[in-house]
Design a protein around this ligand. Sequence first.
Ligand code: DLL
Length: 448
Amino acid sequence: MPTKSDTFIWNKQAECLPRAELEQLQLKRLKSTLERVYHKVPFYTGKFDEAKIKLDSFNSLDDIQCLPFTKKTDLRENYPFGLFAEPLDNVRRIHASSGTKGKPTVVGYTESDLDDWKEVCARSLAAAGAKPGDIIHNAYGYGLFTGGLGMHYGAENFGATVVPASGGRTQQQILLLQDFGARILCSTPSYALNMAFQMQDHGIPRDSIKLEIGIFGAEPWTEELRAQIEKVLEIKALDIYGLSEVMGPGVSMECLQGRNGLHIWEDYFLPEIVNPDTGEKLPYGEEGELVFTSLTKQAFPVVRYRTGDLTRLFSETCVCGRTMVRMERVKARIDDMLIIRGVNLFPSEIEKCLLSIEDLSPHYQLVVNRERALDVLEVQVEVTEDLVKRWGEFNNCGVEFEALTMKIQCLMKDMLGLTADVKLMQPRTVPRSEGKAVRVVDLRKETK
Ligand code: DLL
């Protein structure tokens, strides 16, 4: 297993730059980004003129607060290439979101953007404890999603051997883990769990695979889920964050030494936290919406992009020696907030609650419906195989079944003030993820 003394910093000069020098570099890059978007992207020309922004009077990083925000809807309204700052001739790659909530959002990369992306992914791999020469099993989806190709080229640039497994065909992936001996797994946390339980189901012994480290991201996950993954897979699980609008995976990464917040590669991405309702900038330590301005991107620069992700920033120095600011693990996407009978809560809070009960497995779904103008929540959660063994038949366990249901309901009431229906599910009946897990099934739109 990796140890704390395994510090390996990919680009020490950049990652440990004294803050004053870093801020100077950020300001220089910010000014050049603003000039670029103002002169090359009509959307920003219009926005800056409307807000009467004078770019030559831009003298400090704090001046960024005068600039208007960019939102996901702006990307959709300029579909597909309206926000590109380079002609397509100079664009080497395009990625896009799946577009489940409307038109997909499309992003582009020049050669130099792809180089920067490789750099931040290489930094992230080193922070996670990877070493050149490692075998990396990459189970992020390949295709328009940034996870697969982003980590792939980052890992090649890093000097690792990549197994481009992509998502799905889990049995084959387990075989590849056994036969190729990867030390590092990159996937969503939910898919890592899915693989782990399939190994158990098929009686595949843990010591037939060599995994030591997991680099997990692309969806919100809790410390409790991390503990579960570490227990069943016997690895160190680390958090990687990113979004396609800003780059893809590798915007920030937790380090193996600190394991407390994700270092944002601030020489490429300028972070802010704002109040999601008012847009007012919040100081370090306060929770709010994460906003990014890209500092080097050529094809698809973004200015004050509202990520929709809830977190906080903190600047205390880290044991690893990196000077880059850290963000707390993302608590949730703001638009995933559920309002159930007046109680506001995020899926991650329910996850924490469920995982504190030993007899429940980490497979759950939250089904929201509307009954007579009231929102109702049903928490569908699988019980563990162990519990079913202890009970005997799953369907014949009336009293224990009711007792466990009550226990979950009481805990949710206690911890979250939430009244919800609970449906205990047989092992292996909640749909498994092959990429980003679907935690919330919202049936309300159909009943409006
Ligand atoms: O999910 C990029 C990525 C790939 C990140 C692989 C990490 C690993 P999108 O599909 O554009 O890009 O989705 C971005 O996913 O705004 C967050 O809401 C969520 N997200 C990404 N990483 C994390 C994480 C990729 N570590 C959206 N924790 C973001 C919580 C995450 N949420």
